[in-house]
Ligand binder design. Structure first.
Ligand SMILES: CCCCCCCC(=O)SCCNC(=O)CCNC(=O)[C@H](O)C(C)(C)COP(=O)(O)OP(=O)(O)OC[C@H]1O[C@@H](n2cnc3c(N)ncnc32)[C@H](O)[C@@H]1OP(=O)(O)O
Ligand SMILES: Cc1cc2nc3c(=O)[nH]c(=O)nc-3n(C[C@H](O)[C@H](O)[C@H](O)COP(=O)(O)OP(=O)(O)OC[C@H]3O[C@@H](n4cnc5c(N)ncnc54)[C@H](O)[C@@H]3O)c2cc1C
Length: 673
């Protein structure tokens, strides 16, 4: 039998090989859990190997040394090569493979086709009629045209009902007139809008006969297909540098009474007839499908960002030696410190948990998408609630985990050589895009309040909120009864979420009964409401993790995942325990038990720590991190990496003659006086 950890190679740093030799599970079989099938895990590695053989696809130099213009150019250069050879070189079959290919070749900082794939194509697939698909979708899929999704404006992103861009129907010419009447009505933020795209699905407020019908989607050609020059009545450009994600040209767009044909409104579900008659869609929010699409996939992208940072931090912690635990022995790997383990391991468990919760969410999304094609909309509310909560909780916890990973690398974590700060910058955009986190938690809260009301009225609720009408124990049974598949833990999470949901509900009801208008009462309860949403979502994540572990067949994989689940449940419960202590559901003695289980878990995870992150099978090319190198040879490569600094091109910089020398000369002259 070969090594269980598949990353072991001759010549690697002995400290990291020592870690890998301790693995109790086959890392490639674990990858099959993370990526949902052995075939998917195999394909990732095949694609990585194919890319490594193509010299033009390698980074010209480490990305942190490129200027913004160079980053934009480098991403476009690679997209060009990739598009030419997508099928013959690497034979990409589906969205997951394409995503992986992009991560390896280009990375997370963006590329000219990012929004084209993430939103433009999905919105056409979901909302264009067959005729419109023939006109735009097939051209888009062949990359004859490049598009984006232009919804957010300078003045409004969260409140879509107040978008200022108007699409006014002109019955006489059978056209819509698209207009940005104010500075704040300019589209602001859409990815790749600035310089790359020549088409956009523009979301604008539909006006027919002076009546406001709310946001609708329109296809707009922005630039000439040959010269790429903006078309008349269109002003378009880049919004400038951002805290990260700078290979992407997020843009602005001003439309000046631009006329487009009536048939440019996406009309699969909703219609404006020639005479201006408006035909409603089967569900009022069907046009929000592109956002739901991205939200449904965000758990997996966040899991990936978190796992990338942890791979870097855990590998580095296994070769970084500093300080002693036993003064008579050599300096230890920093991974031996319990504080380091406590800082990193719970986030490893979260990365796995997000991936498993993500797989369930994508399954539900695919079902709803199929239903919607035939006009069936029953599960849309469930999906919206689930994805709203998950996008908020997962992005926030990912942000925490990446920052802990960075700090766990000490000083070198702060260098771009770690690349963690770039990953952080890219990932935390997710707290804002696709719905600001608080706004989305409040969307879930609407759903939870409806369910709570139904339960109070004696109705039985089912599905994601079924636990609200299930029997509850007054006291948690953790450490009070033999544990069966973490049942006592999951019931405790249920209790905590249920209590908070009803607490928020009662508070809201009390205010409403006192005569406060609903919107004011809602605002005064909104912190409690967002807490309810977070607890409900964290329960779902824990349940999804437990369901996955339950379904695993391979003994060693199951055992290793079970260890992570054990850590996850104890760590997360401690994080939210105050809710259960408040009403005596948990007592101090049980808290001690949970804490000691957490510490025991850290010890159990420790020998497999490197293997848990190796199982994500993230190649050096995609990690782009000196600290996270697979071979563990960090120090000599840190020195090599610094040689790329343009400041090192000469020993003496011009600023010396210009500013520093005069400064010192004058100081010396003054001291001689
Ligand atoms: C690689 C990196 C890629 C990055 C890509 C980033 C791209 C982007 O960011 S694109 C822009 C994303 N923008 C957003 O997400 C905007 C966020 N805002 C919204 O989605 C909406 O304004 C929202 C949902 C908050 C409120 O919508 P609004 O139409 O005012 O509805 P609202 O009055 O609150 O709710 C009405 C009902 O519709 C329901 N509803 C809202 N959205 C949906 C939906 N998508 N599906 C089903 N039901 C929905 C609500 O639950 C509510 O139901 P109920 O009345 O039963 O409680
Ligand atoms: C990296 C990145 C990429 C993006 N890509 C695109 C794109 O491709 N296409 C596109 O159209 N857009 C894009 N966006 C825009 C993005 O979708 C919006 O910025 C986002 O939806 C948040 O809206 P906002 O900026 O209006 O925030 P605001 O709503 O102004 O948020 C400011 C504060 O107000 C609070 N707030 C607002 N409303 C409420 C409320 N009802 N209740 C309680 N609190 C509230 C928020 O919680 C937040 O704290 C992108 C943004 C980023 C950062």
């Amino acid at each position: 039998m070969g090594n269980l950890n598949k990353e072991i190679r001759d010549g690697d740093h002995p400290d990291i090989t020592e870690e890998r030799l301790k693995s109790t599970f086959d890392t490639h079989k674990m990858a099959a859990q993370i990526y949902n099938s052995q075939r998917a895990a195999d394909r990732r590695n095949e694609i990585t190997s194919a890319v490594l053989k193509i010299p033009e696809l390698q980074d010209i130099k480490p990305l942190p040394f490129l200027s913004r213009e160079e980053k934009v150019e480098e991403a476009a250069r690679k997209i060009g090569i990739l598009s030419e050879h997508l099928y013959d070189l690497v034979n990409v079959n589906d969205g997951a493979e394409l995503y992986h290919l992009n991560n390896v070749v280009i990375g997370g900082e963006g590329n000219p086709l990012a929004l084209h794939g993430v939103m433009f194509i999905p919105v056409l697939q979901a909302q264009a009629t067959d005729e419109q698909k023939k006109k735009w979708l097939y051209r888009a899929m062949k990359r004859e045209i490049i598009g984006t999704y232009a919804q957010t404006e300078m003045g409004h992103g969260s409140n879509l009902r107040k978008l200022e861009t108007t699409a006014t129907y002109d019955k006489a010419t059978e056209e819509f007139v698209l207009n940005s009447p104010t500075t704040t009505s300019m589209k602001w933020w859409p990815g790749n809008l600035g310089k790359s795209t020549n088409y956009a699905v523009v979301v604008a407020t539909l006006i027919i006969n002076e009546k406001d019908y709310g946001p609708h989607s329109f296809m707009v050609q922005l630039r000439d297909e040959n010269t790429h020059k903006p078309l008349p009545n269109i002003e378009v450009g880049d919004i400038g540098p951002k805290m990260a994600y700078n290979a992407t040209d997020n843009g602005f767009l001003k439309l000046n009474h631009l006329r487009i044909p009536r048939t440019n409104m996406l009309m699969k579900h909703v219609k404006v007839e020639k005479d201006g008659t408006y035909i409603k869609p089967p569900h009022a929010k069907m046009s929000y499908s592109a956002m739901v699409h991205v939200r449904a996939h965000m758990n997996n992208t966040m899991a990936y960002f978190l796992a990338s940072s942890l791979t870097i931090a855990v590998r580095y912690s296994s070769i970084r030696r500093q300080g002693h635990i036993n003064p008579k022995e050599p300096e230890v790997k920093v991974l031996e410190y319990q504080t380091q383990q406590h800082r990193l391991f719970p986030h490893i468990a979260r990365a796995y948990a997000f991936s498993f919760a993500g797989a369930e969410t994508v399954r539900l999304y695919e079902k709803v998408k199929k239903d919607m094609e035939s006009g069936e909309t029953e599960l849309m509310a469930d999906l919206h609630a689930l994805t709203s909560g998950l996008k908020s909780v997962v992005t926030y916890l990912t942000m925490q985990g990446i920052e802990q990973a960075r700090q766990s690398c000490g000083g070198h974590g702060y260098s771009m050589a770690s690349y963690i700060s770039e990953i952080y910058g890219i990932a935390i955009g997710g707290c804002t895009y696709e719905g600001e986190n608080m706004v989305m938690l409040l969307q879930l809260a609407r759903y939870l309040m409806k369910a709570a009301k139904a339960v109070k009225e004696g109705k039985k609720v089912e599905g994601l909120v079924g636990y609200l009408s299930a029997p509850d124990n007054r006291h948690s049974l953790i450490d009070r009864t033999p544990e069966k598949s973490y049942d006592t833990y999951l019931k405790t999470f249920e209790h905590i979420a249920r209590q908070q949901i009803f607490r928020a509900f009662d508070k809201l009801e009390k205010m409403l009964t006192s005569g406060l208008p609903h919107s004011e009462a809602w605002n005064k309860c909104s912190v409690e409401l967002t807490r309810a949403s977070r607890l409900h979502t964290r329960l779902f994540i824990a349940q999804a993790f437990a369901r996955r572990v339950h379904d695993v067949v391979d003994f060693h994989i199951k055992e290793a995942l079970d260890d992570l689940l054990h850590l996850h449940l104890n760590y997360e419960l401690l994080d939210v325990a105050s809710y259960a202590l408040e009403d005596g559901h948990l007592c101090g003695e049980q808290m001690n038990f949970i804490r000691s289980e957490l510490y025991r878990s850290l010890g159990k995870i420790r020998p497999n720590a490197v293997s848990y992150v190796d199982a994500w099978e993230l190649s050096d090319m995609e990690l782009r991190s000196v600290l996270g190198r697979r071979d563990g040879h960090v120090y000599e490569n840190l020195y090599k990496w610094a040689q790329n600094s343009s400041l090192n091109r000469t020993d003496v910089l011009p600023v010396f003659e210009k500013y520093l020398k005069p400064l010192m000369m004058s100081a010396r002259k003054n001291s001689k006086l």
